[in-house]
Design a protein around this ligand. Sequence first.
Ligand SMILES: Nc1nc2c(ncn2[C@@H]2O[C@H](COP(=O)(O)OP(=O)(O)OP(=O)(O)O)[C@@H](O)[C@H]2O)c(=O)[nH]1
Ligand SMILES: [Mg+2]
Length: 438
Amino acid sequence: MKQTTHEVTDGNPDKAVVVSLVLKSDRLSEERVQYSLAELISLAESAGVEVLHSAVQAKDSIDPKWFIGKGKVEELRDAAERLGANTAIFDQELSGAQVRNLERALDLKIIDRTQLILDIFAQRAKTREGFLQVELAQLSYLLPRLSGHGVNLSRLGGGIGTRGPGETKLEMDRRHIRNRIAELRHALLEVKRHRALHRERRKKTGVFQAALVGYTNAGKSTLLNRLTQSDVYAENQLFATLDPTSRMLRLPNGQEIVLTDTVGFIQNLPHDLVAAFRATLEEVCEADLILHVVDSASEMRDQQMHVVDEVLQELGVQGKPGIAVFNKIDLLPVGHEELLSAEGDAIQVSAFSESDLDALKLAVQERLMGDTKRFRIPAGRGDLISLMYRVGDVLEQEVDGEDIRFDVRLKQNEFDKQGYMLQAFMAQEAIQHEGENV
Ligand SMILES: Nc1nc2c(ncn2[C@@H]2O[C@H](COP(=O)(O)OP(=O)(O)OP(=O)(O)O)[C@@H](O)[C@H]2O)c(=O)[nH]1
Ligand SMILES: [Mg+2]
């Protein structure tokens, strides 16, 4: 009895009131609070929900029973009744008991931020890996929230919060869920192993790999499409992309590299979810170059960059070569562009400008590939010959008397690793450097 369809809505969108609780001790600026609420509304809309009413409550502490204050609960019930809402969405994670209490008090379907994100993911998943990851994340979320014997999600009557690739629609007991979680983990390991093999093979071909990463809605998929004449899903929605997609990108010098689009990041991403999607981000760990795409026009630009930097750090890729791609500069008021140029290795683009895309390709090429250099080594030194092949692509190799002459296009990342050996041999004059940019 597996669910086989993954419709976005059944033509009858959920109608929701949304609530965010702000703890006074967090001392968030009014701007941050409003942005967080706006982001929650965007998430809800991306899930296909119609938002009828939104509210923020500032409190000293979380109410253990209702999460928000009792007065706010009543206010919400009135608003929901007046506007005809059937769902209440909370910006933070709720406990199982809070969900049950709120359900009873409000007579609404209760969804928290994690469930909302999971629901979007469930709608977007396209690959087997995506389905497995979403189901695993949904069940991991559900397990500690089960009360008593089991849970019957069909009680929610379909729609948001009940979509899933697997069996989450059915009544399941804890034991069943634990077994299913184990099964999913196992299946995911298999998928992961396959992908690792695939990557190994790709690596052996020596093709450079670049990854587009960034906050959700920054324009990663649009850039992939425009740079590679592709047609992956790009939309003004949060988490339009779930599964990584790779395309060949031709650089100005004619060389082709692999460019990969990845799932977007968001603030306060629940830890279970981060773990579930870690595999998706493995592509980022393997990349030779990271393109951090930034929505330059977002009021929360700096915070979003910070969130992305944090995730990259968690992934352990902070040392990799990278370029900050300040996208959507067409949306900035004239004169504001300079603000962005303070960044180190950065470029400003509009995904809709051909010349900007050309400039971006050139920047990628320059960052990935060092110059072409000409070296001369004594014939018969196998160790030096193999070093030549390690530091870059050998474009030409010619025997010249007792020597061999190499024209090598340096691979920046390999050069970084092997450069000291090259320099040591050059100091001993075993390798002679004859010129640049030949
Ligand atoms: N004005 C303007 N809009 C852009 C630009 N690049 C992308 N967009 C728009 O921004 C929205 C999001 O673009 P996507 O490419 O889906 O963004 P993404 O980073 O892939 O988002 P997720 O997959 O959700 O993480 C779309 O409506 C795009 O048309 C740009 O340079 N200028
Ligand atoms: Mg995308």
